[in-house]
Design a protein around this ligand. Sequence first.
Ligand code: S3P
Length: 425
Amino acid sequence: MRLKKGSSLKGTVTVPGDKSISHRAVMFGALSEGTTRVTNFLKGADCLSTIHCFQKLGIQIENHPDEIRIHGKGLHGLRESSKPLDTGNSGTTTRLICGILAGQSFTTELNGDKSIQTRPMGRIIDPLSLMGARIESLKGNGCTPLRIQPSALHGIHYCSPVASAQVKSCVLLAGLYGDSPTSVTEPYLSRNHSEIMLKHFGASITSEGTTAIIQPEPKLLAREIQVPGDISSAAYFIAAGLIVPNSEVLIQNVGVNPTRDGILKVCRDMGADITLLNRNDASGEPTADLLVRHSSLRGVTVGGALIPTLIDELPVVAALACFAQGTTVIKDAQELKVKESNRIDVMVENLSAMGACVTATDDGMIIEGGRPLHGAVIDSRLDHRIAMTFAVMALACDGETAIKGADCVRISYPNFYEDLKKLYK
Ligand code: S3P
């Protein structure tokens, strides 16, 4: 993919459905009784991996152009898959499904692509084992392939060392099959889509601060789910609108759940002109349209409790920092090293190739903004968030940028380049 400097971005864009919420709609729909209808479902490769896994577990799922229908069979209705499950590139599929599989009366093996096979699964193996689950990493390296065998589960209280919605959701889902309540406390609150949606399906789940508590064996009933637009996908258009001179972009129907909206807070701190319009609600998740205008930005420090609320947007924050006056510090973000790529190393390498002044730290990066930037050859390392971040940077840099492995955007935003091109002149 080759992109050149753009003169301005103008118009309206509707980003696809939220990835985290789309995964959960399929999973929780499968465990409910009756037919769950999901609109604005994200048909990216990751969420299709979730659909395929549940189809292999005996769930009938209809994929219509404007709706997904999941014919749920209740908490104990899944059946053994004749083949190992393939979770593709998806950390969410891999980690959440393990919580569900730990409570089944059959054995399952699962594996994903090369990237998934390097991502840490000890963070779910540990709490699931404490609950009594029989889950093992078949290569003994704490990664997939994994085997999960039947076993009785006990409720636990788990103090997670990481603020991770994937870990929290995995443990809560196993808690559905426990013999007593299960609770998870995190160091900071991570995205709470599981808590909101499980409640919507009829689970008994409460939250107090950074602790979520679930009661076992609820009767889950099918629901309609409207998936809001994905703020992680909207982030690329927010950034493009802010850094390309004379831009004005309206991004419609974006999920603005406070556990996900850190990008808006950081952009505001940087001096960004972003207005929220048409505040609404989609299946218990707040939404709004975002009006973004080109802005002069200043450097900021981003860390602590804010990090889980914008973990997937940190590459975008690093990109914005290159266009801001002053220094930006991203800290407390070690988790960036274990995403689809090592996002600290990959961001530093590619931003440096464009002429930015950026240094990697143990838990983030430091960026001196305001340097002249030029187009470069960018290696996405097949990480969708890296490819989209640099496509946006390309529009505000002199010359041409070539992105290697650009079509990895199919993971979360199959029409990304088409939507971006519609906006710029
Ligand atoms: C997700 C949680 C986050 C995020 C990922 C999606 C989810 O991961 O990075 O893209 O849907 O629960 P962690 O929970 O590992 O931080």
